[in-house]
Design a protein. Structure first.
Length: 304
């Protein structure tokens, strides 16, 4: 009799943007390989070593901008690239670009390009070293200021100067930001120029809630199961964050990339449990989640 209940968090695994990138990659790979064209990814489309290795076996390599081959099909990642990288790609002989930049990121590109062309300075909340933020700032034609929530205190004097020096400011946030941090930044910024009535700070809602929803679902499930399994690449920062979130609620949480990662002690612990929860990072395709779910369900049958 099946005693072990295996539950998958409501929001887990790949988001809409990565799913879209993944199917565009698959479609273009199939088409290009049929006609003998080379396909390359400009940076890994997905932070999942198993998926990247599968593509490598089919001849699809990860390259950087300096090594994009001529006459190839180049797949651009969902975070997007800088305007300069786009120009370089377009200048390479006979290259077909498959742009999988997430529509939510593309929207920010358009917003900042338009607002800066109309004379607004741009305030960007995010990590200045993240490729999404680099792509955003590369499309700003005028002045801009980037601030991460962890810098709100130390960078406040610089932020004040930036706001005082620009009468019209337009604010956006990196898609994976916390809405409460952006609200805080807008409040702080408006407070800094409250004595300057001709200064205005406008903003647009640019945060994608996929990451937050995934964390909320994982937290909720971790609360009501005996053991929690987090699936995702060991190089994936959002998976490591997911583990942190579930660990706060359930210290019997395990991080695996695949079935072979379970240790005998972990499997023994799972066999004693009544309920196991599963969540997965943003780069874990459904088939990898199902593989582990089936394995855990069968594990219980074997132990009877
Ligand atoms: S997290 Fe959101 S913005 Fe980022 S790729 Fe996924 S859907 Fe797009």
């Amino acid at each position: 009799m099946n005693r072990l209940k295996v539950l998958v968090a409501e929001n887990s695994g790949i988001c809409f943007g990565v799913k879209r990138a993944f199917s565009l990659l698959e479609e273009s790979t199939e088409e290009a390989l049929k006609i003998g064209k080379r396909v390359v990814m400009l940076g890994p489309v997905i932070h999942n070593p198993r998926v990247i290795n599968d593509y490598a076996r089919r001849g699809v390599d990860v390259v950087n901008i300096a090594s994009v081959p001529e006459n190839s099909v180049v797949v651009v990642r969902s975070h997007g690239v800088t305007a300069k990288t786009e120009q370089i790609l377009q200048s390479i002989e006979n290259v077909k670009i498959i742009d999988t930049t997430c529509p939510y990121v593309q929207r920010i590109h358009k917003l900042v390009a338009k607002q800066s062309a109309e004379g607004c300075a741009i305030l960007v909340m995010g990590d200045k070293n993240h490729s999404e933020v680099e792509g955003i700032t590369s499309r700003i034609s005028g002045d801009f200021f980037v601030i991460h929530p962890s810098e709100f205190g130390e960078k406040e004097p610089e932020l004040r100067d930036f706001l005082i020096n620009h009468k019209s400011v337009f604010a956006v946030a990196q898609t994976t930001s916390r809405p409460s941090n952006f609200e805080h930044l807008l409040k702080l910024s408006r407070g800094l120029v409250r004595d300057l009535p001709d200064h205005k700070i406008l903003s647009s809602e640019t945060i994608c809630t996929a990451t937050l929803k995934r964390q909320d679902s994982a937290r909720e499930l971790a609360n009501r199961v005996d053991v929690m399994v987090v699936i995702g690449g060991k190089n994936s920062s959002n998976t490591s964050k997911l583990l942190q979130v579930v660990m706060e609620k359930n210290d019997s949480s395990i991080w695996v990339e695949s079935i072979s990662d379970f240790t005998p002690e972990q499997l023994a612990g799972i066999k004693k449990a009544e309920t196991v929860g599963i969540t997965a990072g943003a780069s874990t395709p459904d088939y990898q989640i199902n593989e582990i779910k089936d394995f855990l369900e069968r594990l219980d049958e074997c132990s009877d």
